[in-house]
Design a protein around this ligand. Structure first.
Ligand SMILES: [Zn+2]
Length: 382
């Protein structure tokens, strides 16, 4: 995959443009005269932590002053015999050049240039300033560098946050196989086939994650993730506009274009859900006339069905007019008719599944994106 949005390879420090909006006001930085060589380790770490919080202070310009390589050692990724120090916003990672060069053409290009100065603390070890988030970088270096633990499963067992960090960093440094593995992981939660969708229902993610997923799908050109992720975004309410708080104190937002898609998609999803509800009851009427066990007992389920249908329509039972198209209406119906016969119960579930499948097939259209091969097994996609 060679997504169009990836910056062209170049012989300069690349800039990672994250989707975060930097916080506008920060406590003013310590004056440069205080930033002397006498800075203690503790002090350096405190400043590094502040710098880590202060996302955007370096990435906004994309340049880091290589002449001030003050940094705190990362507690996890600092190999005494490492051959290079990557400094991300005041945190230094002493790692090995070989794996970086082997896996990332961007690092290969970058490190083929004459290296910047070393520091007294680490003579013979070039110090490379990077504008990336140290938290993101740590996730990727963990995968690339040797470990005391053997990593048998890599990305597949990583957390959602780690996988997203891997995509951001690996995309930027062109570690293509790591991008692909990480996108495969996301596909399990933001499926592009109905079979995968049914499996994904067992382990839903926090809907707030969808904002990050939309942004990563745009970054990497993984359009197949967009329909499910955009539909999830439509459930977010005010957070959709205000942004989603991240661990580093920033907020992640959708682009204005995707925000506009969501406003439109929300109406379309509600409409699709209401229509699916009507279609579901129409189907049930026909099916139940033939299968209902209670027909001969003088207590048909029909009345109960009519009551619950009215309750959902007039809002007595809430949840019909919602953009959350995957929220089960069948579960609401069944909860209101505890005495329902088995064949009717089965018919309700089956009618809902049929409607959900129909919505899933139309999902790219409902949220306003085009996805080639949507709904088809990926083995037949390529
Ligand atoms: Zn029945």
């Amino acid at each position: 995959m060679r997504p169009p949005t990836r910056p062209a390879r170049r012989r300069a420090l690349p800039v990672l443009s994250r989707c975060h909006v930097p916080r506008p006001h920060r406590v003013s930085q310590v004056s440069s005269s205080n930033m002397s060589a006498r800075v203690t380790r503790k002090r350096a770490r405190m400043e590094a932590e502040q710098a880590e919080e202060d996302v955007g202070s370096t990435s906004a310009t994309g340049s880091v002053d290589a002449s001030t390589p003050d940094f705190a050692r990362d507690e996890e990724l600092w190999y005494e015999d490492g051959t290079i120090i990557l400094v991300a916003r005041g945190i230094g990672f002493k790692v090995y050049k070989g794996p970086l060069v082997d896996h990332s053409p961007v690092f290969k290009d970058m490190l083929s240039l004459p290296q910047p100065a070393t520091t007294a603390a680490a003579p013979n070890c070039p110090v490379i300033p990077l504008p990336d988030s140290p938290a993101d970088l740590r996730h990727v270096l963990r995968l690339l560098m040797p470990s005391k633990r053997i990593r048998l499963t890599g990305v597949q067992n990583a957390s959602f946050v780690a996988v997203c960090a891997c995509i951001r960093i690996a995309h930027k440094y062109q570690i293509d196989h790591l991008v692909e593995e990480s996108l495969k992981y996301l596909r399990k939660f933001y499926p592009d086939t109905f079979d995968l969708f049914l499996k994904s229902r067992a382990k839903p993610l926090n809907p707030q994650y969808a904002v990050t997923v939309v942004n990563l799908a745009r970054l990497t050109g993984a359009n197949n993730l967009l329909p499910m992720a955009l539909a999830e975004c439509c459930r977010l309410g005010p957070a959709l506009v205000l942004g989603i708080a991240q661990a580093d104190g920033t907020r992640e937002h959708l682009s204005p274009t995707d925000l506009a898609l969501c406003f439109h998609a929300k109406d379309k999803l509600v409409e699709a859900r209401v229509k699916a509800f009507a279609a579901m009851f129409n189907t049930l009427e026909d099916v139940r006339a033939n299968v209902c066990d209670h027909q001969d007992q003088g207590a048909p389920d029909d009345q109960d069905f009519e009551i619950v249908q009215t309750e959902l329509l007039d809002g007595t039972v809430p949840g019909l007019c919602s953009p959350n198209v995957w929220d089960s209406l069948a579960a609401r119906v069944l909860a209101r008719i505890p005495e329902i016969c088995k064949p009717c119960k089965k018919a309700v579930k089956s009618a809902e599944l049929e409607q959900q499948k129909a919505i899933f097939e139309r999902l790219p259209d409902l949220v306003g994106v085009v996805v080639e091969g949507w709904g088809k097994d990926p083995s037949g996609k390529k």
